[in-house]
Structure formats: C-alpha cells, structure tokens
Design a protein. Structure first.
Length: 208
C-alpha cells in the first residue's frame, strides 16, 4: 500500500512539472508576420535601390509586393500552424514544428503554381524544422538550452547552502542556536543593559 501511494505521488509530482503551457497563437503569429513583413520590405528596398533604371520609390511596394507578401505569409503560417498543433495536442514537441514547417514550405511554393514544388518545399522545410526543434533549436547539441531563470531556480533548489550563510541571512534565535550563540547573547545583553547577565537555560539541565 505504501509503495502504491509513493508511486502515485511520484507520478503526480511529474505531472505537475510537465504541465503544458499553451501558446498565445494569435499574438505570436502577429509578431512573426510583422518581423517577416519588415524583412521583406527591407529586401524589396535593396532590390529597388540596385535597379539599373529609375523606377521610383513606390515601386518598392508595387514591384516588391510578392517578396513582402511571401516574407509576411511564410513565418506567419509557420507560427500559426505549429502553435495551433501544439496547443491542440498539448505537447511542445518536434511534430508541431514539422507541421508548421510544412505549411510554411507550402506557402513558399504557391507562387510556382505547381503541386510538386508545393509538396517538395513543404516536406523539405518540415524535415528541417522538425529536426531543428528536436535538437533543441541548436545545431551542435541534442540538449535543449534552458531558460536562465529556470536554470538558476534549479541550482537554488538543488544546492545546499552552508549553515553559516543561512544563519547570516535569517538570523539566529527563535530556536536557531549555532555554536557560540550563548556567548554572543550575553554580550548583547551586556551592551543593552550595562550589566553582566547570565541567561537562564530553558532546558532540563539548566533548571536543575
């Protein structure tokens, strides 16, 4: 019975640690769209500046509309579909990233109006994004880099502080009696009242 309760408590502890935190899909998608649109506008501006003939400033938006549109739609599609898949499955894993990557590749392939290109780009980016997410967002390691705050919290919970540091932070007294406590107490009482006071011990030995 005790073993069973212990196992249930252990499982409940892990479930508490692994609670899924849903993404704000619309907010993340809007941010991705803004960043992508700004990047597309920058590329279109560079392309317009390098043109051999004078085509006017507004051509950034007229001639560069396809670039700006793709640069906006592709990351928005990735974030929206990947976050939606993760929220629906309540799992933050590589499958959601792969699904978002497929939709992103499909959007990039739409201007070609050819289904093989759409499917090929979708499959290629899905594979890349899935593997990249599985590797923890890094090229050189399988270990996912933890948030700095979570790392410090883990160190704080798992590191035993020296007793001297703990006493210096919370103070002595109130049941905390480190070595030399009685002598320091006598000195404090002498400084406060101006006389030598031998405090009576509250233990059984002191009452005898």
């Amino acid at each position: 019975m005790e073993r069973r309760h212990s196992a249930e408590g252990h499982e409940a502890h892990h479930e508490g640690e692994n609670v899924y935190k849903p993404f704000d899909t619309l907010n993340d998608s809007a941010k991705a769209g803004l960043v992508g649109g700004a990047s597309g506008l920058f590329i279109a501006s560079i392309r317009n500046a390098l043109a051999k003939r004078n085509i006017g400033a507004l051509s950034v938006f007229t001639r560069g509309a396809p670039i700006i549109g793709l640069a906006t739609a592709a990351p928005t599609a990735y974030v929206f579909f990947s976050r939606s898949a993760m929220n629906l499955r309540e799992k933050d894993d590589a499958w959601g990233a792969a699904f978002g990557g497929f939709m992103m590749g499909a959007v990039l392939g739409l201007p070609s109006r050819r289904m093989p290109v759409v499917m090929g780009l979708g499959a290629g980016i899905a594979t890349f994004q899935g593997l990249f997410y599985y590797l923890g967002g890094r090229y050189d390691s399988f270990k996912k880099e933890e948030d700095e705050f979570e790392r410090k919290e883990t160190i704080r919970r798992t590191t035993r502080l020296p007793i001297e540091q703990t006493i210096s932070e919370i103070g002595e007294g109130r049941g905390i009696r480190p070595p030399g406590y009685d002598e320091r107490r006598v000195e404090r009482l002498k400084e406060k009242y101006g006389v030598d006071i031998n405090p009576v011990s509250a233990t059984i030995e002191g009452s005898q």
